[in-house]
Write a protein that binds this ligand. Structure first.
Ligand code: BG6
Length: 484
């Protein structure tokens, strides 16, 4: 494949939380790969900001280690890595005090794009934004990037939006949801709106139901404190899965541009019905032969936070009325596997003998780990014995079809950071979208909070609580197997 990398303009990127986990695991290794690809030029600068008293050399060494640890190919490119590190500097700032800001202001150059990445807790947003203003660091061509969690509920998300709006215009605010930066998620747009084949069938007349599975095999790891306040519904459904649902269900936008896309996504969220208690299953993983249980791993004995959730969502609009969307996500499930499956209805009439098999199609969009698209079609089972029907996948794994390429295939974060520099908000959430997503999420959460129920136990390494199977079963449907 021919590389079509378009270099971005020269930028000064400041990362608040520059020594934090996200900066070390994702942002800086991602920028290094963009540097290797030639997309980031050698005039651009990255300034890490944190409270610690580090000098530039010490910071570079932290980042060198982080890149070597998080990018398996980096060890073979040491010279390039050293060249990249010369673009990285450090500025010690306590967001809650005035010192250090003027020093940083001196490092920002005229004539470059200025981007500020708030890779810190939301409680610091106001302090940082206010001080950027006071120290003359905000102008028309500035962008800020904010991370999830964007609020804990509708009220706090609205408050955060108001805080940011006091300092920045909406077109300057880039709310990251890294799922939107995944190649396959963007491919959903190409698949739906670049082909004639699917769109006529993309409605409740032909689609029986849709399944969205985001299964993780990892547990809560060292994030017990954050996760226990959050749970699967707020950590995954309110943002990542909501975005997937919007992309799969939205009407064709007039254009692939930020506002057309976000207008259509917002309409989907606003059409979501509240989820009732019967359509909701919460689970928490228990110790098994494979790994420990949630309570021990999170260090929160007695916690009732869910590490798994399954629910049936309904979209009340002309296109989707009558087609349920089943969602499930959880930690410590049997595999890391995420997919969206569009399950089509059976043919209206069978010309084949009874018992010859099911006649239907499933379009599975595999998000990770093996990105690809699989279309299940019904064929005749080869050989004698009459007309016996079976389903076979027409399988397109991207790596097989297109060839693997580390450099040209950016991971979600690096792609999105380059979009920030370009000023392209298509793959970022708008304030009203986030608020609408919380409004629906709050209603779901209140369904179980009012009942004071504990989540159902499930074994680590399983497919989640049995009740999630029942959620489908009682509708005469079943989940597709979780398989990497
Ligand atoms: C994060 C969640 O946003 O997404 C994590 O906070 C989760 O809990 C992660 O593990 C999943 O991302 P990915 O890209 O590994 O599917």
């Amino acid at each position: 494949m021919v590389s079509r990398i378009i270099p971005v303009k020269t930028f000064d990127l400041v990362i608040f939380g520059g020594t934090g986990d996200l900066a070390r695991r994702k942002i800086l290794p991602g920028l290094f790969r963009r540097f290797l690809s030639g997309q980031m030029d050698s005039e651009s600068r990255i300034i890490g900001v944190a409270r610690q008293n580090l000098d530039c050399r010490a910071y570079r060494s932290v980042i060198r280690e982080a890149i070597l640890e998080n990018d398996s190919g980096a060890r073979d490119k040491i010279q390039c890595l050293e060249a990249f590190l010369t673009l990285v500097s450090y500025n010690s700032i306590d967001a809650e005090s005035e010192s250090g800001w003027d020093n940083m202001a001196c490092k920002m150059r005229d004539g470059t794009i200025h981007a500020y990445y708030f890779s810190v807790g939301p409680s610091l947003f106001d302090n940082i934004a206010g001080r950027l203003h006071r120290h003359g660091l905000v102008h028309e061509d500035v962008r800020i990037v904010v991370e999830k969690p964007f609020g804990h509920d509708w009220k706090s998300a609205c408050a955060l939006n108001r805080t940011l709006a006091r300092h920045f215009h909406e077109h300057q605010i880039f709310r990251i949801d890294h799922y939107l930066g995944k190649e396959t998620v963007q491919n959903l747009m190409a698949l739906r709106f670049g082909n004639l084949l699917f769109e006529p069938l993309w409605n409740s007349k032909y689609v029986d139901h849709i399944q969205i599975t985001v299964a993780e095999s990892v547990g809560v790891g060292g994030r017990g404190d954050y996760y226990d306040q959050t749970g699967a519904m707020r950590d995954m459904v309110q943002n990542h899965i909501m975005q997937l649902l919007c992309m799969i269900a939205m009407e064709p936008p007039a254009k692939y541009d930020p506002n057309s896309m976000r207008d259509e996504k917002l309409k989907v969220i606003r059409c979501l019905d509240p989820v009732t208690r019967n359509d909701l299953v919460r689970g928490q993983y228990e110790k098994s032969a494979i790994s420990g249980g949630y309570l021990d791993e999170a260090g929160k004995s007695g916690s009732t936070t869910e590490s798994f959730i399954a629910l049936k969502a309904r979209i009340s609009n002309w296109r989707w009325a009558g087609t349920p969307i089943y969602i499930r996500t959880g930690k410590r499930l049997k595999d890391r596997a995420s997919e969206i499956a569009v399950v089509f209805k059976q043919t209206p009439h069978s010309i084949f003998a009874a018992g010859s098999g099911r006649h239907g199609n499933i379009l599975a969009i595999k998000l990770q780990p093996n990105e690809g698209i699989e279309l299940e079609v019904t064929i005749k089972e080869p050989g004698p014995g009459g007309m016996r029907l079976i389903e076979v996948p027409l399988d397109m794994t991207f790596a097989d079809a297109l060839g693997p390429s580390d450099i040209d295939n950016p991971d979600a974060y690096e792609r999105l950071v380059m979009d920030v520099i370009r000023g392209d908000q298509t793959l970022f959430m708008r304030g009203d979208e986030v608020e609408a997503a919380w409004e629906w999420t709050d209603k779901v959460v209140s369904e179980w909070e009012n009942m004071n129920e504990k989540p159902l136990p499930y074994s680590s390494g399983s497919s989640g609580p049995d009740d999630s199977l029942m959620l489908m079963h009682r509708d005469g449907r079943k989940w597709r197997e979780i398989r990497a």
